[in-house]
Design a protein around this ligand. Sequence first.
Ligand SMILES: [Zn+2]
Length: 336
Amino acid sequence: MRMLSRACSIVASSLPRCSSAAAPTMRGQPSLLPSVRKHWLGKPLLYGIGTLLVMPLRTLQGVGRVFGAGRFLCNMTGVSSSLQIELVPCLRDNYAYILHDVDTGTVGVVDPSEAMPIIDALEKRNQNLTYILNTHHHYDHTGGNLELKAKYGAKVIGAEKDKDRIPGIDIALKEGDTWMFAGHQVFVLETPGHTSGHVCYYFAGSGAIFTGDTLFSLSCGKLFEGTPQQMYTSLQKIVALPDETKVYCGHEYTLSNSKFALSVEPGNKELLEYAAHATDLRNKNIPTVPTTIGREKQCNPFLRTFNPEIKRTLSIPDHFGEDRVLEIIRQAKDNF
Ligand SMILES: [Zn+2]
């Protein structure tokens, strides 16, 4: 608990632990995902501080005892597994996430847009870097790969479909693969739409998903390489996860997204409340991330393609399928 001013552990007590911190790819059906199968620079001016320790996640089992002496907030059980997630603002509005398994000291980073903010965060805590996880090939998610890999010897993990586009990739994963991060089982969800090879990483035991540019708070990624149908299917996969799942997305776009969301569903009370909350957070330079699956289902128009008010606002015929509804919502947002 040395240097953490605001940190919280997640306790992955309901899942089997892997003994090897460095276990490579494991293939197989993720038994925990039946429903899914089926169905700041550092911008110091913007954010005030370079990094913020995010309070994750949840205790899956049992009652957590809260140690909250101000310096260290942590849910604890008798089980030893815990993962800390630190949000690191990069570039203009990207977020990278540093993952730290407290038990083994293993450290990873998700989507390092640039190396320096990550190196700064690691050096503050005298940590090494073992893994780099990329959700997709765009530069603002992989820009730090090679420098970090060269400095720390970290292994780069990414989508098999993007193995030719992800700098320095070592471990290529695909849908249905599970990969172990220091004993935390990570499920790979292929989520094409924004890019053809986009993947999300679901840390089931920690109740956390890293969604890159597929799912944002109150929006989804632009369709650069995929169809609305693909994006619809990808989003449905993600929202099949438990409502309390924390969503760590690639950008801080929530405030601007809320303006569009309110324009198409002005009568959504939860959305009105969340938009006000997000405004308040951003006014204090606090990230709106993570959000949760439950909140997004209530508020995100791209997950509400069934909603009569949205369809009415955008004059979408009743007989349109939800993927076509998503297409029209996406077009409307692109022109908003
Ligand atoms: Zn992108």
